[in-house]
Design a protein around this ligand. Structure first.
Ligand code: G1P
Ligand code: ZN
Length: 543
């Protein structure tokens, strides 16, 4: 193999955020930008010599070019073997599974998740460690440190072989195995769930609409739901991945998955609706005319997971990100299992899962998953729901209503203010942070503040400390307000305001969500002066 060493210099701003390095696609296409970061992934993790990696992405614009570069760089850095999804396609959960199944040294996943793709959209790259999970902060910090001192990168001159065909080729001493992206993932799902019960459900006339949003789950959902489980052809919509996600925003929430919402609100709505995001790790769940909030979904899955073969024994525990509603806490308490509260980002669940402390995990941002891999998993959540519905017999809307009757309802919503000036966002959070000590005992919007802090996470396994993870304000009536800045945006800052109000078992569970949250929304405005700081009287995206 002919390879050469290219002189380079540090490029500012290559600090991984909540989930890897995300930038505008145009930034990734600047000379050396991708190459520098990839070299630093190798250098920050002890070099690539003799190692095996999984490599794939969500198929967005620049995916194939980036894969060619990474194959050549891995080979030039001495990697022994690469496992690459055909056409460079791997959903994030499928990549996590492959890393674990084939005991590789890690994987490189190309995705900017739910962010739009295309030439003017976003691109991203993430390193996952040998446990299959997103690199923990000590690794991302080491990679970032390398980006600040890099002087050269190594790359093979030879273009990589054909990744469109299943089979193997070599680049120098590095063997590249091109595999079917769905096979291994499907066999994992078959082990976890009662496929016979789900097939029988479909055979009995149960109808589903799965919106793949022109993104990576199209081939996975079509194969598993339609071909294997027998859902009628056409149950999966927008099933062909496109480089710009059909010009859409592959974010499975009621704002962006409008097509699915319209279908589920129509007269002849199917029994169950679901959507997944750009890279297949998120999920959105709907019943006829009803959106099931991700926080409620996590609580319900925890309550009924025992109906699926893989979770029929006792759950080790559950974990949720701090801003996720406390609905699952109530279920955990009822089951007598531990419930962990972690900072935002799947990487914080890794230690708990590895240590066997948690079986199910979830985030309010449409992320749910379990110990089967080390990423959240959109299609897994859909299959677990189908398994539950197949065995329980109730419809999803009834199941949820009964759940609220048993546990009470945690009304929940997230208000996002996008692309606001970074200074304004920091002034808002900084101003609130400075006043936290004075807030307990004071009244706002008719509610009394019980506690106010900036969330610090003490990892119970490796004892690391992660500070400043979001302002938490709890009220004496059980309501809660959380504010933090996004770590995945690529332009300006995004303020996320998380609102929660608890209504007990005997209360009214059928209110409009925003109306039920009105006092908490008013408290957020009073406490943080959102309108003044952002110059906006309303959030840009309300989910
Ligand atoms: C967002 C979500 C977070 C999720 C992450 C990656 O991060 O809020 O829950 O883990 O995307 O999918 P944020 O932009 O809030 O930092
Ligand atoms: Zn994603």
């Amino acid at each position: 193999m002919i390879s050469h060493t290219v002189q380079t210099a540090p490029i500012a701003g290559q600090k991984p955020g909540t989930s890897g390095l995300r930038k505008k696609t145009a930034v990734f296409r600047e000379p050396g930008y991708l190459e520098n970061f990839v070299q630093c992934i190798f250098d920050g993790t002890g070099g690539a010599t003799g190692k095996t990696y999984v490599l794939g992405g969500d198929g967005r614009f620049f995916n194939a070019d980036a894969i060619d570069v990474i194959i050549r760089m891995a080979a030039a850095n001495g990697a022994k073997r690469l496992i690459v999804g055909q056409n460079g396609i791997l959903s994030t959960p499928a990549a996590s599974n492959l890393i674990r199944k084939y005991e590789t040294d890690g994987g490189i996943i190309l995705s900017a998740s739910h962010n739009p793709g295309g030439e003017d959209g976003d691109f991203g790259i993430k390193f996952n460690a040998a446990n299959g999970g997103p690199a923990p902060e000590k690794i991302t910090d080491a990679i970032f440190a390398k980006t600040q001192e890099i002087t050269e990168y190594r790359i093979a001159d030879q273009h990589a072989g054909d990744i469109g065909t299943i089979g193997s080729f070599t680049v120098g001493d590095c063997r590249v195995d091109v595999i079917d992206p769905v096979d291994d993932y499907e066999s994992l799902m078959q082990k976890l769930f009662d496929f016979d019960a789900i097939s029988a459900l479909f055979a009995g006339g149960f109808r589903i609409c799965f919106d793949a949003m022109h993104a990576v789950t199209g081939p996975y959902a079509t194969r598993i739901l339609e071909d294997t489980l027998g859902a009628p052809k056409g149950s999966v919509i927008n099933a062909v991945p496109s480089p710009d996600f059909g010009g859409g925003h592959p974010d499975p929430n009621p704002v962006w998955a409008r097509e699915l919402v319209a279908i589920m609100e129509s007269k002849d709505a199917p029994d169950f609706g679901a959507a997944s995001d750009g890279d297949g790790d998120r999920n959105m769940i709907m019943g006829k005319g009803a959106f099931v909030s991700p926080s409620d979904s996590l609580a319900l899955l925890t309550a009924y997971a025992h109906l699926a073969p893989a979770y029929s024994g006792e759950l080790a525990g559950v974990a949720r990100s701090m801003p996720t509603s406390q609905a699952v806490d109530l279920v955990a308490e009822h089951l007598g299992i531990a419930c962990y509260e972690t900072p935002t980002g799947w990487k914080f669940f890794g230690n708990l899962l590895d240590a066997g402390k948690a079986t199910l995990c979830g985030e309010e941002s449409a992320g749910t998953g379990s110990s089967h891999i080390r990423e959240k998993d959109g299609l897994w959540a859909v299959l677990l729901w189908l398994n539950i519905l197949a065995c329980d017999g109730r419809d999803i809307v009834q199941l949820r209503a009964d759940h609220w009757r048993n546990f009470g309802r945690n009304y929940y919503s997230r208000h996002d203010y996008e692309e606001i000036p970074t200074d304004a966002a920091e002034a808002l959070i900084g101003g609130l942070r400075a006043r936290l000590g004075d807030l307990p005992g004071t009244h706002v919007a008719g509610m009394e503040i019980a506690t106010a802090d900036d969330f610090t996470y003490h990892d119970p396994i490796d004892h690391s400390l992660t500070e400043r993870q979001g302002i938490r304000i709890r009220f004496t009536d059980g309501s809660r307000l959380v504010m933090r800045l996004s770590g995945t945006g690529t332009q300006g800052a995004t303020l996320r305001v998380y609102l929660e109000r608890f209504v007990d078992r005997s209360g009214d569970h059928d209110q409009d969500v925003q109306a039920a949250l009105a006092p908490v929304i008013a408290a957020a405005e009073t406490l943080a002066d959102i309108t003044r700081h952002t110059g906006r009287s309303r959030a840009d995206v309300i989910t």
